[in-house]
Design a protein around this ligand. Structure first.
Ligand SMILES: *Cc1c(COP(=O)(O)O)cnc(C)c1O
Length: 416
């Protein structure tokens, strides 16, 4: 980055500091990852200079000789990887992708039904502060208070009572596999379209360790930057019957020109995600999550649902006498980065809730296996048991940095 170093030393320094942070800390934020150097290069390429409103073969600007091929390649790779009939790779991120789906099928005031935000749903699934909750009549389903799991009979009952136009499956903090056949049956029973938002677990679907929603859903949205390990962006996949409505909603309905540099990086990530190495990666994400979960359960941590089938876990810290925010800040000081999170039926406020959320996509990308996960679990236990002990935090942060030095992160190899 010699140009940046010369022209804007202030920004250069901040980026270098962030590189060091990503290199030296254990990143357990469930939605984050490390992209490859190849994805990074495509993201930082000259494609950022080009306007291309429209779709391949139907653009409003000239000079699309290469851009059309880039976008067509991204679309074809997504179709091949996920078995989708139609793919739109232009949404700027996961939130606008969901908004585009609503714009394609709903009028203001229409009813949608999604997982409640404090139970693991996403803001864009109808939270009151979000446009999805303000412009539409947003109803929600909750987790079972006893088991912490989805109760499909209760979702069915709710759906039949409120008759949504769109039923949404998908989450940002649920540690179990979704039953897409059950969601499909409920959508059919109430005459709804089924939208599956697989933002969090798309990489697990690509790697074959989570069932695919594609055979069941009318529309599937996903971010590309979480477990799928691509650039910040999103895709909408749908049945051919909905292709025109989806494309029209994205452009010109919601967006202008696509971010071609991102589209190229999505294509690179999709190629990576179709390899055997990625299948092993996805399987290791789940093994690592289960190793971490087991270590924490052995030390008296209360995991919502009692464990995990995917890449994440949610921990209720109430029995440890520590709030989520206090624990998250203490762990950050110890070099272990995660986020505080509401747990189902939380009695505390969202800005200082009872839980923390942990995920393994990023640490698995840098090559951590079960052995490292057990070590991380022990460090988490020590910090949470004594969250004001800054000497302990500094000691663990040094050990964390030493561990990380042995596992160069993708995209950051040049630092080691
Ligand atoms: C992360 C996420 C999104 C939103 O993605 P952004 O790119 O942050 O807008 C949408 N849905 C779910 C389920 C998510 O987890």
């Amino acid at each position: 980055m010699s140009s940046l170093h010369q022209s804007d030393p202030e920004l250069f320094t901040l980026i270098k500091q962030e590189e060091q942070r990503q290199k030296n800390k254990i990143r357990l934020i469930a939605s984050e990852n490390y992209v490859s150097g190849a994805v990074m290069e495509a993201t930082g390429s000259v494609l950022t200079n080009k306007y291309s409103e429209g779709y391949p073969g139907k653009r409003y600007y000239e000079g699309q000789q290469y851009i059309d091929q880039v976008e067509s390649l991204a679309i074809q790779r997504a179709k091949d990887l996920f078995g989708a009939e139609h793919v739109n790779v232009q949404p700027y991120s996961g939130s606008p992708a969901n908004l585009a789906v609503f714009f394609a099928f709903l009028n203001p005031g229409d009813t949608i039904l999604g997982m409640a935000l404090p139970h693991g749903g996403h803001l864009t699934h109808g939270a009151k502060v979000s446009i999805s909750g303000k412009y539409f009549n947003a109803e929600s389903y909750s987790l079972d208070q006893e088991t912490g799991r989805l109760n499909y009979d209760a979702i069915r009952e709710k759906a039949l009572a409120c008759r949504p136009k769109i039923l949404i499956a998908g989450h940002s903090a649920y540690s179990r596999i979704l039953d897409f056949a059950a969601f499909r049956e409920i959508a059919d029973a109430c005459g709804a379209l089924l939208l599956v938002d697989m933002a969090h677990f798309a990489g697990l679907v690509a790697g074959g360790v989570h069932p695919s929603p594609i055979p069941y859903a009318d529309v599937v949205t996903t971010t590309t930057h979480k477990s799928l390990r691509g650039p910040r962006g999103a895709m909408i996949m749908c049945r051919q019957a909905h292709a025109a409505a989806i494309d029209k909603a994205v452009f010109p309905g919601l967006q202008g020109g696509p971010h071609n540099n991102t589209t190229a990086a999505i294509a690179v990530a999709l190629r990576e995600a179709s390899t055997d190495a990625f299948k092993q990666y996805a399987a290791q994400i789940v093994k690592n999550a289960q190793a971490l979960a087991g270590t924490l359960i052995d030390r008296g941590f209360n995991l919502v649902t009692g464990g995990t089938d995917n890449h994440l876990m949610l921990i209720d810290l109430t029995n440890k006498g520590v709030t989520g925010k206090v624990a998250a800040k203490a762990l950050d000081a110890a070099g272990i980065v995660l986020n505080y999170n509401a747990v189902p039926y939380d009695t505390r406020k969202p800005f200082d809730p009872s839980g923390i959320r942990l995920g393994t996509p990023a640490v698995t990308s840098r090559g951590f296996k079960e052995e490292q996960m057990v070590q991380i679990g022990k460090w988490i236990d020590a910090v949470v048991a004594d969250p004001t002990n800054t000497a302990l935090q500094a000691e663990i942060a040094a050990m964390v940095q030493q561990l990380c030095a042995g596992f160069p992160a993708p995209g950051l190899e040049h630092l080691s």
